[in-house]
Design a protein around this ligand. Sequence first.
Ligand code: NAD
Ligand code: MG
Length: 397
Amino acid sequence: MRQVVILGSTGSIGVSTLSVLAQHSQSFQVLALTAASQVDKLLAQCLQFKPRYAAMFDAKAAAELSFQLKQAGSTTEVLSGHAALCQLAGHPDADIVMAAIVGAAGLLPTLAAVEQGKTVLLANKEALVMTGELFINKVKQHGATLLPIDSEHNAIFQCLPAALQQHTHDQRIQDFGISKLLLTGSGGPFLTTPLAQFDAITPAQAVAHPNWSMGQKISVDSATMMNKGLEFIEARWLFNCAADDIEVVIHPQSIIHSMVQYTDGSILAQLGQPDMRTPIAHALAFPGRMASPVAPLNFKQLRDFTFTEPEPERYPNLYLAIEACRAGQGATTALNAANEVAVAAFLAGQIRFTDIARVNSACLTQFVGFRASALDDIVALDQQARQSAQDTLRKLA
Ligand code: NAD
Ligand code: MG
Protein backbone atom coordinates (compact mmCIF):
# COMPACT_ATOMS: atom_id res chain seq x y z
CA MET A 1 0.00 0.00 0.00
CA ARG A 2 1.43 3.36 -1.01
CA GLN A 3 0.38 6.31 1.14
CA VAL A 4 -0.81 9.39 -0.74
CA VAL A 5 -1.11 13.02 0.38
CA ILE A 6 -3.18 15.33 -1.84
CA LEU A 7 -2.46 19.05 -1.57
CA GLY A 8 -5.53 20.77 -3.02
CA SER A 9 -7.89 17.78 -2.96
CA THR A 10 -11.05 19.86 -3.51
CA GLY A 11 -9.79 21.34 -6.80
CA SER A 12 -10.11 20.01 -10.32
CA ILE A 13 -6.84 17.99 -10.18
CA GLY A 14 -7.55 16.86 -6.61
CA VAL A 15 -10.96 15.48 -7.55
CA SER A 16 -9.51 13.74 -10.64
CA THR A 17 -6.79 12.19 -8.46
CA LEU A 18 -9.35 10.81 -6.01
CA SER A 19 -11.35 9.44 -8.92
CA VAL A 20 -8.29 7.44 -10.05
CA LEU A 21 -7.44 6.35 -6.50
CA ALA A 22 -11.00 5.12 -5.91
CA GLN A 23 -10.38 2.54 -8.62
CA HIS A 24 -7.17 1.31 -6.94
CA SER A 25 -7.95 1.14 -3.23
CA GLN A 26 -5.98 -2.13 -2.96
CA SER A 27 -2.73 -0.34 -3.94
CA PHE A 28 -3.08 3.20 -2.54
CA GLN A 29 -4.26 4.62 0.75
CA VAL A 30 -5.13 8.28 1.24
CA LEU A 31 -3.00 9.54 4.14
CA ALA A 32 -4.07 13.20 4.02
CA LEU A 33 -6.39 15.52 2.15
CA THR A 34 -5.95 19.30 2.19
CA ALA A 35 -7.80 22.34 0.89
CA ALA A 36 -8.10 26.09 1.32
CA SER A 37 -11.57 26.64 2.78
CA GLN A 38 -14.25 24.50 1.08
CA VAL A 39 -15.62 22.57 4.08
CA ASP A 40 -18.50 20.68 2.43
CA LYS A 41 -16.36 19.21 -0.34
CA LEU A 42 -13.49 18.20 1.96
CA LEU A 43 -15.96 16.73 4.45
CA ALA A 44 -17.51 14.50 1.77
CA GLN A 45 -14.03 13.42 0.58
CA CYS A 46 -12.95 12.59 4.15
CA LEU A 47 -16.06 10.49 4.74
CA GLN A 48 -15.45 8.58 1.51
CA PHE A 49 -11.66 8.11 1.64
CA LYS A 50 -11.13 8.07 5.44
CA PRO A 51 -7.70 9.75 5.50
CA ARG A 52 -5.70 9.79 8.73
CA TYR A 53 -5.40 13.61 8.42
CA ALA A 54 -7.23 16.50 6.80
CA ALA A 55 -5.95 20.07 6.75
CA MET A 56 -7.42 23.41 5.78
CA PHE A 57 -5.52 26.62 5.20
CA ASP A 58 -8.37 28.58 6.79
CA ALA A 59 -8.60 28.08 10.59
CA LYS A 60 -12.35 28.75 10.86
CA ALA A 61 -13.05 26.29 8.05
CA ALA A 62 -10.83 23.72 9.79
CA ALA A 63 -12.78 24.09 13.04
CA GLU A 64 -16.05 23.61 11.16
CA LEU A 65 -14.67 20.54 9.36
CA SER A 66 -13.46 19.05 12.63
CA PHE A 67 -16.89 19.53 14.22
CA GLN A 68 -18.72 17.98 11.26
CA LEU A 69 -16.35 15.01 11.10
CA LYS A 70 -16.79 14.27 14.81
CA GLN A 71 -20.58 14.46 14.41
CA ALA A 72 -20.29 11.88 11.65
CA GLY A 73 -18.16 9.56 13.83
CA SER A 74 -15.01 10.00 11.72
CA THR A 75 -11.55 9.55 13.26
CA THR A 76 -9.77 11.83 10.73
CA GLU A 77 -7.58 14.31 12.59
CA VAL A 78 -8.02 17.91 11.39
CA LEU A 79 -5.14 20.39 11.25
CA SER A 80 -5.10 23.99 10.08
CA GLY A 81 -2.83 26.65 8.62
CA HIS A 82 -0.01 26.81 6.15
CA ALA A 83 2.46 25.05 8.49
CA ALA A 84 0.10 22.06 8.72
CA LEU A 85 0.05 21.76 4.92
CA CYS A 86 3.86 21.67 4.91
CA GLN A 87 3.92 19.18 7.78
CA LEU A 88 1.56 16.77 5.99
CA ALA A 89 3.41 17.17 2.67
CA GLY A 90 6.58 15.97 4.39
CA HIS A 91 4.91 13.40 6.69
CA PRO A 92 7.23 10.42 7.34
CA ASP A 93 4.54 7.95 6.26
CA ALA A 94 3.79 9.68 2.94
CA ASP A 95 5.14 8.00 -0.21
CA ILE A 96 3.45 10.11 -2.89
CA VAL A 97 2.47 13.78 -2.71
CA MET A 98 0.11 15.20 -5.32
CA ALA A 99 0.99 18.92 -5.51
CA ALA A 100 -2.28 20.40 -6.78
CA ILE A 101 -2.68 23.68 -4.94
CA VAL A 102 -3.09 26.52 -7.43
CA GLY A 103 -0.53 29.32 -7.60
CA ALA A 104 2.26 30.50 -5.31
CA ALA A 105 0.30 29.28 -2.26
CA GLY A 106 1.46 25.79 -3.19
CA LEU A 107 5.17 26.57 -3.21
CA LEU A 108 6.22 25.85 0.38
CA PRO A 109 4.08 22.70 0.84
CA THR A 110 5.44 21.34 -2.45
CA LEU A 111 9.02 22.13 -1.41
CA ALA A 112 8.36 20.46 1.96
CA ALA A 113 7.54 17.22 0.09
CA VAL A 114 10.65 17.60 -2.08
CA GLU A 115 12.84 18.17 0.99
CA GLN A 116 11.63 14.90 2.49
CA GLY A 117 12.58 13.05 -0.71
CA LYS A 118 9.00 12.11 -1.61
CA THR A 119 7.65 11.12 -4.99
CA VAL A 120 6.13 14.45 -5.98
CA LEU A 121 3.44 14.52 -8.65
CA LEU A 122 3.65 18.10 -9.86
CA ALA A 123 0.48 19.80 -11.08
CA ASN A 124 1.26 23.14 -9.40
CA LYS A 125 3.34 24.57 -12.27
CA GLU A 126 3.50 28.03 -10.64
CA ALA A 127 5.72 26.60 -7.87
CA LEU A 128 8.31 25.46 -10.41
CA VAL A 129 8.03 28.62 -12.53
CA MET A 130 8.56 30.75 -9.42
CA THR A 131 11.67 28.99 -8.19
CA GLY A 132 13.10 27.09 -11.19
CA GLU A 133 16.68 26.12 -10.48
CA LEU A 134 16.22 26.17 -6.69
CA PHE A 135 13.34 23.68 -7.00
CA ILE A 136 15.28 21.32 -9.27
CA ASN A 137 18.40 21.55 -7.10
CA LYS A 138 16.33 20.55 -4.08
CA VAL A 139 14.91 17.59 -6.00
CA LYS A 140 18.46 16.42 -6.74
CA GLN A 141 19.81 17.19 -3.27
CA HIS A 142 17.05 15.32 -1.42
CA GLY A 143 16.68 12.46 -3.88
CA ALA A 144 13.02 13.27 -4.54
CA THR A 145 11.27 11.87 -7.61
CA LEU A 146 9.50 14.55 -9.64
CA LEU A 147 6.82 13.36 -12.06
CA PRO A 148 4.93 15.80 -14.29
CA ILE A 149 1.13 15.86 -14.10
CA ASP A 150 0.62 18.76 -16.50
CA SER A 151 -0.67 16.84 -19.53
CA GLU A 152 1.93 18.30 -21.93
CA HIS A 153 4.89 17.54 -19.69
CA ASN A 154 3.50 14.15 -18.84
CA ALA A 155 3.19 13.48 -22.59
CA ILE A 156 6.78 14.60 -23.23
CA PHE A 157 7.98 12.49 -20.31
CA GLN A 158 6.21 9.45 -21.78
CA CYS A 159 7.94 10.07 -25.14
CA LEU A 160 11.46 10.17 -23.63
CA PRO A 161 13.81 7.16 -23.68
CA ALA A 162 13.60 5.22 -20.40
CA ALA A 163 17.25 6.00 -19.61
CA LEU A 164 16.47 9.72 -19.74
CA GLN A 165 13.24 9.39 -17.72
CA GLN A 166 15.38 8.35 -14.74
CA HIS A 167 17.63 11.42 -15.00
CA THR A 168 15.69 14.24 -16.63
CA HIS A 169 17.28 16.86 -14.34
CA ASP A 170 20.96 16.24 -15.02
CA GLN A 171 21.23 14.81 -18.54
CA ARG A 172 21.10 16.79 -21.78
CA ILE A 173 18.25 15.90 -24.13
CA GLN A 174 20.70 16.28 -27.06
CA ASP A 175 22.73 13.35 -25.72
CA PHE A 176 19.66 11.16 -26.30
CA GLY A 177 19.16 12.25 -29.91
CA ILE A 178 16.40 14.73 -29.11
CA SER A 179 16.31 17.93 -31.17
CA LYS A 180 13.12 19.57 -29.92
CA LEU A 181 10.24 19.39 -27.44
CA LEU A 182 6.97 20.28 -29.17
CA LEU A 183 4.50 21.71 -26.66
CA THR A 184 0.94 21.57 -27.95
CA GLY A 185 -1.90 23.81 -26.81
CA SER A 186 -5.51 24.14 -27.87
CA GLY A 187 -5.40 27.92 -28.28
CA GLY A 188 -8.28 28.20 -25.81
CA PRO A 189 -11.79 29.54 -26.40
CA PHE A 190 -10.67 32.60 -28.42
CA LEU A 191 -8.67 30.93 -31.16
CA THR A 192 -10.89 32.37 -33.87
CA THR A 193 -12.56 35.29 -32.05
CA PRO A 194 -11.93 38.57 -33.93
CA LEU A 195 -9.26 40.59 -32.07
CA ALA A 196 -11.57 43.62 -32.07
CA GLN A 197 -13.86 41.73 -29.64
CA PHE A 198 -11.13 40.91 -27.10
CA ASP A 199 -11.75 43.97 -24.89
CA ALA A 200 -15.30 42.78 -24.25
CA ILE A 201 -14.45 39.20 -23.21
CA THR A 202 -16.11 38.36 -19.89
CA PRO A 203 -14.77 36.05 -17.13
CA ALA A 204 -17.56 33.55 -17.88
CA GLN A 205 -16.48 33.36 -21.54
CA ALA A 206 -12.81 33.07 -20.59
CA VAL A 207 -13.27 30.14 -18.19
CA ALA A 208 -15.37 28.13 -20.69
CA HIS A 209 -12.57 26.03 -22.17
CA PRO A 210 -13.56 24.07 -25.29
CA ASN A 211 -11.79 20.78 -24.34
CA TRP A 212 -10.67 20.74 -20.70
CA SER A 213 -12.60 21.20 -17.47
CA MET A 214 -10.26 22.97 -15.00
CA GLY A 215 -10.01 25.46 -12.14
CA GLN A 216 -10.72 29.15 -12.83
CA LYS A 217 -7.16 30.48 -12.78
CA ILE A 218 -5.73 27.93 -15.23
CA SER A 219 -8.80 28.35 -17.45
CA VAL A 220 -8.12 32.08 -17.82
CA ASP A 221 -4.43 31.29 -18.36
CA SER A 222 -5.45 28.92 -21.15
CA ALA A 223 -7.54 31.63 -22.80
CA THR A 224 -4.60 34.09 -22.77
CA MET A 225 -2.14 31.24 -23.47
CA MET A 226 -0.15 32.38 -20.43
CA ASN A 227 -0.74 28.76 -19.42
CA LYS A 228 1.37 27.63 -22.39
CA GLY A 229 3.92 30.28 -21.44
CA LEU A 230 4.13 28.95 -17.87
CA GLU A 231 4.39 25.44 -19.37
CA PHE A 232 7.24 26.61 -21.60
CA ILE A 233 9.15 27.69 -18.48
CA GLU A 234 8.07 24.49 -16.68
CA ALA A 235 9.45 22.37 -19.56
CA ARG A 236 12.73 24.27 -19.50
CA TRP A 237 13.26 23.17 -15.88
CA LEU A 238 11.69 19.71 -15.93
CA PHE A 239 13.66 18.59 -18.97
CA ASN A 240 16.90 20.52 -18.35
CA CYS A 241 16.80 22.30 -21.71
CA ALA A 242 16.96 25.80 -23.18
CA ALA A 243 14.24 28.04 -24.61
CA ASP A 244 15.55 27.27 -28.11
CA ASP A 245 14.81 23.57 -27.56
CA ILE A 246 11.06 24.18 -27.08
CA GLU A 247 8.44 25.08 -29.66
CA VAL A 248 4.74 25.79 -29.14
CA VAL A 249 2.24 24.37 -31.63
CA ILE A 250 -1.50 25.05 -31.58
CA HIS A 251 -3.56 21.88 -31.91
CA PRO A 252 -7.18 22.84 -31.25
CA GLN A 253 -8.49 19.29 -30.73
CA SER A 254 -6.25 18.55 -27.68
CA ILE A 255 -5.74 14.94 -28.78
CA ILE A 256 -1.96 15.06 -29.08
CA HIS A 257 -0.80 16.22 -25.64
CA SER A 258 2.76 17.05 -26.77
CA MET A 259 5.63 15.57 -28.78
CA VAL A 260 9.36 14.88 -28.79
CA GLN A 261 11.32 15.37 -32.00
CA TYR A 262 14.43 13.25 -32.54
CA THR A 263 17.42 14.02 -34.80
CA ASP A 264 16.60 11.16 -37.19
CA GLY A 265 13.33 12.82 -38.18
CA SER A 266 11.12 10.77 -35.86
CA ILE A 267 8.54 12.56 -33.78
CA LEU A 268 6.97 10.67 -30.87
CA ALA A 269 3.62 11.89 -29.56
CA GLN A 270 1.35 10.90 -26.69
CA LEU A 271 -2.35 10.87 -27.60
CA GLY A 272 -5.49 10.47 -25.56
CA GLN A 273 -8.72 12.05 -24.40
CA PRO A 274 -8.35 15.50 -22.85
CA ASP A 275 -8.84 14.07 -19.35
CA MET A 276 -6.30 14.65 -16.56
CA ARG A 277 -6.99 11.22 -15.07
CA THR A 278 -4.68 9.72 -17.73
CA PRO A 279 -1.51 11.63 -16.72
CA ILE A 280 -2.49 11.20 -13.06
CA ALA A 281 -2.81 7.40 -13.44
CA HIS A 282 0.46 7.34 -15.40
CA ALA A 283 2.37 9.15 -12.66
CA LEU A 284 0.78 7.17 -9.82
CA ALA A 285 1.75 3.88 -11.46
CA PHE A 286 5.14 4.94 -12.90
CA PRO A 287 7.25 3.06 -13.95
CA GLY A 288 4.33 0.62 -14.32
CA ARG A 289 0.90 1.21 -15.82
CA MET A 290 -2.53 0.92 -14.34
CA ALA A 291 -6.12 1.41 -15.47
CA SER A 292 -7.86 4.78 -15.28
CA PRO A 293 -11.53 5.66 -15.78
CA VAL A 294 -10.63 7.28 -19.15
CA ALA A 295 -11.86 5.60 -22.34
CA PRO A 296 -9.31 5.23 -25.15
CA LEU A 297 -9.60 7.38 -28.27
CA ASN A 298 -11.95 6.16 -30.92
CA PHE A 299 -10.19 6.90 -34.23
CA LYS A 300 -13.34 6.17 -36.20
CA GLN A 301 -14.91 9.22 -34.59
CA LEU A 302 -11.95 11.62 -34.82
CA ARG A 303 -12.45 14.12 -37.63
CA ASP A 304 -10.26 17.21 -37.72
CA PHE A 305 -6.65 17.01 -36.67
CA THR A 306 -5.09 20.42 -37.25
CA PHE A 307 -2.08 22.52 -36.27
CA THR A 308 -1.23 26.24 -36.46
CA GLU A 309 1.22 28.74 -35.01
CA PRO A 310 0.20 30.98 -32.10
CA GLU A 311 -0.30 34.58 -33.35
CA PRO A 312 1.60 37.15 -31.23
CA GLU A 313 -1.27 39.71 -31.37
CA ARG A 314 -3.76 37.13 -30.13
CA TYR A 315 -1.55 35.65 -27.41
CA PRO A 316 0.84 38.38 -26.13
CA ASN A 317 1.10 36.62 -22.76
CA LEU A 318 2.66 33.53 -24.33
CA TYR A 319 5.41 35.66 -25.83
CA LEU A 320 5.97 37.56 -22.57
CA ALA A 321 6.56 34.21 -20.86
CA ILE A 322 9.01 33.07 -23.53
CA GLU A 323 10.85 36.39 -23.18
CA ALA A 324 10.94 35.91 -19.39
CA CYS A 325 12.22 32.35 -19.82
CA ARG A 326 15.12 33.66 -21.91
CA ALA A 327 15.80 36.49 -19.42
CA GLY A 328 16.14 34.23 -16.38
CA GLN A 329 14.81 33.41 -12.94
CA GLY A 330 13.96 36.89 -11.66
CA ALA A 331 11.87 37.60 -14.74
CA THR A 332 9.88 34.37 -14.50
CA THR A 333 9.21 34.83 -10.77
CA ALA A 334 7.97 38.38 -11.36
CA LEU A 335 5.86 37.48 -14.39
CA ASN A 336 4.16 34.62 -12.54
CA ALA A 337 3.35 36.92 -9.61
CA ALA A 338 1.97 39.68 -11.86
CA ASN A 339 -0.15 37.16 -13.75
CA GLU A 340 -1.72 35.80 -10.55
CA VAL A 341 -2.67 39.35 -9.54
CA ALA A 342 -3.95 40.22 -13.03
CA VAL A 343 -6.04 37.06 -13.43
CA ALA A 344 -7.62 37.52 -9.99
CA ALA A 345 -8.49 41.13 -10.91
CA PHE A 346 -9.98 40.04 -14.23
CA LEU A 347 -12.07 37.31 -12.54
CA ALA A 348 -13.26 39.93 -10.01
CA GLY A 349 -14.42 42.18 -12.87
CA GLN A 350 -11.84 44.90 -12.11
CA ILE A 351 -9.95 44.85 -15.43
CA ARG A 352 -10.55 43.84 -19.03
CA PHE A 353 -9.27 40.61 -20.56
CA THR A 354 -6.73 42.57 -22.62
CA ASP A 355 -5.45 44.32 -19.47
CA ILE A 356 -3.96 41.04 -18.21
CA ALA A 357 -1.16 41.38 -20.78
CA ARG A 358 -0.74 45.08 -19.91
CA VAL A 359 -0.21 44.26 -16.22
CA ASN A 360 2.14 41.39 -17.06
CA SER A 361 4.13 43.38 -19.61
CA ALA A 362 4.62 46.35 -17.24
CA CYS A 363 5.84 44.03 -14.51
CA LEU A 364 8.19 42.13 -16.79
CA THR A 365 9.71 45.39 -18.07
CA GLN A 366 10.37 46.46 -14.49
CA PHE A 367 11.90 43.18 -13.26
CA VAL A 368 13.42 41.66 -16.39
CA GLY A 369 17.02 42.07 -15.22
CA PHE A 370 16.42 40.93 -11.64
CA ARG A 371 18.22 37.91 -10.25
CA ALA A 372 16.94 35.83 -7.34
CA SER A 373 18.23 32.40 -6.44
CA ALA A 374 17.83 31.99 -2.65
CA LEU A 375 14.32 31.20 -1.44
CA ASP A 376 14.04 34.38 0.68
CA ASP A 377 15.03 36.53 -2.31
CA ILE A 378 12.54 34.74 -4.56
CA VAL A 379 9.71 35.21 -2.07
CA ALA A 380 10.67 38.90 -1.64
CA LEU A 381 10.73 39.40 -5.41
CA ASP A 382 7.35 37.68 -5.73
CA GLN A 383 5.92 40.17 -3.20
CA GLN A 384 7.55 43.18 -4.94
CA ALA A 385 6.15 42.08 -8.29
CA ARG A 386 2.67 41.69 -6.78
CA GLN A 387 2.92 45.26 -5.44
CA SER A 388 4.01 46.51 -8.84
CA ALA A 389 1.11 44.68 -10.52
CA GLN A 390 -1.31 46.23 -8.00
CA ASP A 391 0.09 49.68 -8.91
CA THR A 392 -0.56 48.98 -12.60
CA LEU A 393 -4.09 47.83 -11.75
CA ARG A 394 -4.77 51.14 -10.02
CA LYS A 395 -3.54 53.05 -13.08
CA LEU A 396 -5.79 50.99 -15.36
CA ALA A 397 -8.89 51.41 -13.17
P1 NAD B 1 -8.53 24.55 -8.57
O1 NAD B 1 -8.73 25.99 -8.40
O2 NAD B 1 -9.63 23.72 -9.10
O3 NAD B 1 -8.07 23.89 -7.17
C1 NAD B 1 -7.09 24.47 -6.37
C2 NAD B 1 -6.95 23.70 -5.07
O4 NAD B 1 -5.96 24.39 -4.27
C3 NAD B 1 -8.21 23.62 -4.22
O5 NAD B 1 -8.27 22.39 -3.57
C4 NAD B 1 -8.01 24.73 -3.19
O6 NAD B 1 -8.69 24.48 -1.97
C5 NAD B 1 -6.51 24.66 -2.99
N1 NAD B 1 -5.95 25.94 -2.52
C6 NAD B 1 -6.06 27.15 -3.12
N2 NAD B 1 -5.43 28.09 -2.39
C7 NAD B 1 -4.93 27.46 -1.30
C8 NAD B 1 -4.20 27.88 -0.17
N3 NAD B 1 -3.85 29.17 0.02
N4 NAD B 1 -3.83 26.94 0.74
C9 NAD B 1 -4.19 25.67 0.57
N5 NAD B 1 -4.88 25.20 -0.47
C10 NAD B 1 -5.25 26.10 -1.40
O7 NAD B 1 -7.22 24.38 -9.48
P2 NAD B 1 -6.85 23.17 -10.46
O8 NAD B 1 -7.42 23.42 -11.80
O9 NAD B 1 -7.08 21.86 -9.79
O10 NAD B 1 -5.27 23.42 -10.62
C11 NAD B 1 -4.36 23.09 -9.59
C12 NAD B 1 -2.95 23.23 -10.13
O11 NAD B 1 -2.77 22.25 -11.14
C13 NAD B 1 -2.67 24.58 -10.79
O12 NAD B 1 -1.35 24.96 -10.51
C14 NAD B 1 -2.84 24.31 -12.27
O13 NAD B 1 -2.04 25.14 -13.08
C15 NAD B 1 -2.38 22.86 -12.36
N6 NAD B 1 -2.96 22.12 -13.49
C16 NAD B 1 -4.31 21.93 -13.55
C17 NAD B 1 -4.87 21.25 -14.63
C18 NAD B 1 -6.35 20.99 -14.71
O14 NAD B 1 -6.79 20.29 -15.62
N7 NAD B 1 -7.17 21.49 -13.81
C19 NAD B 1 -4.05 20.78 -15.66
C20 NAD B 1 -2.67 20.98 -15.56
C21 NAD B 1 -2.14 21.66 -14.47
MG1 MG C 1 -1.17 21.71 -19.37
